[in-house]
Design a protein around this ligand. Structure first.
Ligand code: UD1
Length: 371
């Protein structure tokens, strides 16, 4: 069997790492890794390959940044040539980024089976580019691996045959559990003079939060209030950094004495920052899941989440783009009123093993493609 895996942007890398490691243990599987080049900076891409011991991509499409249409069309054109040449039995895609959707579309039109890892998540917010990517990918994919029962339910409602949906758990958590020991050795706290459980950690990159002056301003006002009580560490995504520069004078941030701005961090340093934080404010999808497993309170600066299990079972609280709510919930946590959590089923470090087992079985039964 020949599997071609696709990665493009930062959150893909931690999802693909355990899959590749598991696939490589199978003598009968030939594997090719394609990087679309959606993310290309060392800090956004290469550092993750090094730390997570992901083999160098066999092929890099080097598409880089651009508008949605430009990025997606370039990925599609370049990926088509690769898929035609490689002729894999399965194109394995993860998550919900532009690269996931673009390569799924190409593969299905060439008659290649598409397996989607992290299928079925829905925010029901069609303003999010990721929601459109999820809907398109799941409408064409052949094999669906879900992280939670709600995701399976969405797929069934959308007409996907039950026998093509596999509830396997969360590959992102495979990577988290695999790297906890290494992450504990990171010197990031010392280097930034931080004390365990004595700082809040912030990450922001969603266009809906950071692409408008009002949105970004609201969150900055909340951070300003929180940093009067506790240090705030903020590794800045490139999109957010350029918008901060465009919308606000430098002095706006400099006046916040307890705010520590950092470049995007590598996986191990960031994991260390997360596991030792008092709480996290984020608009990321993956961080909602990681904080749930780590037991760290998470305030999600969005109106909705495609990962509701982190609300019902985990540490996550939706605070919207609402300054007062962000500050109120942050203060509650500092006053020791955090949520109890339970780790969701199958978020146990073995999701990749379950996935590879299913792929091998489907291939044997010649059932890789949807009838
Ligand atoms: C993408 C994903 C998002 C994911 C996020 C993680 C889509 C639609 N969005 O959003 O789901 O959560 O990655 O980071 O696929 N840039 C750099 N260096 C890089 C990469 C990007 O400077 O290595 C800058 C570019 O100016 C670019 C901007 O960041 O225009 C945004 O990058 P892009 O990949 O378009 O989307 P993200 O916002 O990163």
């Amino acid at each position: 069997m020949k599997i071609l895996s696709v990665v493009g942007a930062r959150p893909n890398f931690m999802k693909i790492a355990p899959l590749i490691r598991t696939i490589k243990k199978q003598k009968d599987i030939k594997h090719t890794l394609v990087h679309t080049g959606q993310h290309y900076d060392y800090a956004m891409s290469e550092s993750f390959f090094k730390e997570l011991r992901i083999p160098k991509p066999d092929i890099n499409l080097e598409v880089g940044s651009g508008s949605h249409a430009r990025q997606v069309s370039q990925i599609m054109a370049r990926f088509e040539a690769i898929a035609l040449k490689e002729k894999p039995d399965i194109v394995l895609v993860v998550g919900d980024v532009n690269s996931t959707m673009a390569c799924s579309l190409v593969a299905v039109k060439l008659g290649i089976a598409v397996a989607h890892v992290e299928a079925g998540l829905r925010s029901f917010d069609r303003n999010m580019p990721e929601e459109i990517n999820r809907l398109v990918t799941d409408s064409v994919a052949d094999i669906f691996f879900t992280t939670s029962p709600d995701a399976t339910e969405h797929l069934v409602k959308e007409g996907i045959p039950k026998e093509r949906i596999f509830f396997v758990g969360n590959v992102m958590i495979d990577t988290l559990l695999d790297n906890l020991g290494q992450a504990k050795k990171s010197g990031i706290l010392r280097r930034n003079k931080l004390v365990k459980k004595n700082y809040a950690l912030v990450t922001l990159h969603r266009p809906s939060n950071v692409d408008t002056k009002k949105g970004l301003g609201t969150i900055l006002c909340a951070i300003n209030k929180i940093q009067k009580r506790i240090k705030v560490v903020f590794p800045i995504h490139p999109r957010t950094r350029s918008n901060l520069k465009a919308f606000f004078p430098k002095s706006a941030l400099k006046s916040m004495e307890n705010l520590i701005l950092l470049d995007p961090q590598g996986y191990l340093d960031f994991l260390n920052l997360m596991m030792n934080a008092s709480f996290v404010i984020t608009d990321s999808g993956g961080i909602q899941e990681e904080t749930t497993v780590l037991g760290i309170p998470c305030l999600t600066a969005r109106e909705n989440t495609e990962r509701p299990i982190t609300l019902t079972e985990g540490t996550n609280i939706l605070v919207g783009l609402n300054e007062a709510r962000i500050v109120k919930e942050g203060m509650k946590i500092l006053n020791k009123q955090g949520k109890k959590r339970r780790i969701p089923k199958y978020w146990d470090g073995k999701a990749a093993q379950r996935i590879v087992k299913v792929l091998i079985a489907l291939n044997k039964q010649k059932r890789l493609r949807r009838p």
